[in-house]
Design a protein around this ligand. Sequence first.
Ligand SMILES: O=C(O)CCC(=O)C(=O)O
Ligand SMILES: [Fe+2]
Length: 322
Amino acid sequence: MTVKELDVSSNFYPEPFPDDLPVIDLARISLAKLLDGDDQEASLLFEVCKDKGFCYLDLTSDEQVIKLAKQAEQVHQAAKEFYSAPVAEKRMFKTRPPETGLLDTGETGCDADGNPNKMEMVNSGFFSGNEDYQLPPFLAPYETLFRSMVRDANVIHNVILSILEKQLQIPTGTFTSIHKLTQTSGDFLRVLNYPVPKDGKPHEDPPTPPHRDAVSVALLFTWQGGLQITNAPNEYKRLDTELDPEKSWFYVPPVPGHVIMNLGDVMHIMTNGLLNSGKHRVVTPPGSQGNHQRLSVLLVARPWENTKLLTVESPLNRNFIT
Ligand SMILES: O=C(O)CCC(=O)C(=O)O
Ligand SMILES: [Fe+2]
C-alpha cells in the first residue's frame, strides 16, 4: 500500500492548512529505514529525541506500517459515529475500573446539555496485561480494530526504544523489556474529539493546554492543524501557558502518510534529561479548518507498572543534571 491509497479526500483533510502561519519544520524519519537498520536514520532519530523530542515518522514506504495509518483513518470514521452517541451513553464509559470518567472533559467544561465545549476523549486501556477489559456498547464494534492498532503501534514503539538503547550505549532490553504488550501497564489508545466552537471563533484557551506526555513514546494521527510545540526555553518544570509567550508556539501540521512521534516524561526521567519530553498543546484548528470537528488518534507506550523510574547509566548521560 502506498500513500496514494490513503484517503486524502475531504473526509479526512477538510481544508488545506493555511500557508501564512508559523510552522515548525520537523524532521521526517523513515520507519522503513529504521526497520532496515539504517545507521544514518537511527542517528537522526536520536538527534531529534535529544532536541525537540518530536518528529514525523514516514509510514509510506512499508506495506506493513502504512496499515497503521489506514487503520487510524478507520478510527477517524468510527469516531465521527461514536462521538455522536448521546452524552449519557458516552458518560457510562469508564477508563479503568474503579476510575471514573472515561469520557474525560477535563478542564474544558460542558454546556447545559452535558456536551463538551472544547474537547472530549476516550481512552481504551483494555490491553497490556488487561485482556478482560470490556469496551462499552458504543465502542464494542471497534474492538478488533483497536486491538490490532495497539499491537502494531507496540512494534513501532519498540523499534524506537531499541534504537535509543543502541544510541545511548546501554544494554539491549533496558527499555524494550519493560514495554511488552503482555505486561500490565498504562498503555492506551486515545481518540480525541474537538467540536467546532459554538460561537464560530477560535477558543481563547487551548482545548488541550500545554503539557508533556506522561508516557514513554507517543504516536499521534491527526488530520487538521491545531497541535503546536514551543521553542521557549526548555525548562522542564514550566507548564504554565504564561511562561510560553504566544509567539513561541509553532504549528505541527499533519502530513499524509506520516504519524507524529514524540517522547514522553518516562524517557526524560530514565535518561536524566538527555532525551526531551516535548511540551505541546492543541489550539482550535487554524483558519477555515476551525469550521470542522477535529479528531485525533493517539497510541502510547508506558512501562510495565512495577518499573522503578530510575536513571539508566549511559556513557552519554553521566554529567547530565535535571
Ligand atoms: O489531540 C491532539 O492532537 C493531541 C492530544 C495530546 O497531546 C494528548 O492527548 O496528550
Ligand atoms: Fe499530549
